[in-house]
Design a protein around this ligand. Sequence first.
Ligand code: ZN
Length: 322
Amino acid sequence: MRLLLALFAAVAVAASTLAHAAGPQQKGQAPGWYRMPLGDFEVTALSDGTVALPWHTIMKAPAARIQAMLAQQYLKSPLETSVNGYLVNTGSKLVLIDAGAAGLFGPTLGKLVAHLKASGYQPEQVDEVYITHLHGDHAGGLADAEGKAVFPNAVVRLDAKEAAFWLDAANASKAPAEMKSAFVGAQRSMKPYVDAGRMKTFDGLAEGVELVPGVRALAARGHTPGHTVYAVESQGAKMVVWGDLMHLAAVQFPQPDIAVQFDSDSKAAVPQRKKAYADAAKKGYYVAVAHISFPGIGQLRPDGKGYRWLPAPYTVPAPAGK
Ligand SMILES: [Zn+2]
């Protein structure tokens, strides 16, 4: 009996110790990288962070309708929104598709390079950077706070129409006041690469232009004048990196015709989105989307008048050499 009492006492002491053991909440998040194989290639999704956006005022539909669609998925605007880039290692080239925002949109973004390093790579190793379009949340991360190239050995490629629109001094000077900062940001981001002769443009085609073996640029203009998506293919596996072909999953999968205010040309952007959705759903390949919750990789199925998003199953690839 005495032994039993002693045992109870010991358990009680242990329990009270546990009750006081909680440290302060640690906050933060695991480094934002997510890796998956794609045929012989390796894709690493890189989070640039998240930013709260007032989608009920950004979407071209009544605010109440947007909030109701969000509520269907237990969401509410303003909504914490991911900004993602994608690193593709083809075995012969290391290609980064979109570079995040750096400091252009506040302290909750600009984490892409830290996450690239956490994933085992260095910015110096990046051979090529492909830009879907020159908005700040996709190209801002090309230059650091001093205006130097973040990817010192990389060639930056983009559609010639995108470069011509944003990097043209006359276009910038005649832009409406609310657009000025977008021009300034695009020009600042590209400057170190333009100065070093490391900006290379291509003439975008809807049927695609191969940039390195296994990676093609496909013109998908509308969101911006030279908006481009990139198809990555290896051994029959395929992923298309969509950039801003779409923004808000909870609204634009069920209703693909709802556009965003910051499309350069919504009349062109909406059919591009519908065409891309239909192709992805028909063929079943992966898509990787800049503003779908990180890692933003999934597949589509037709669902009523719209589509259903099927996030890629979680995977832990075998370590190198195993
Ligand atoms: Zn964007």
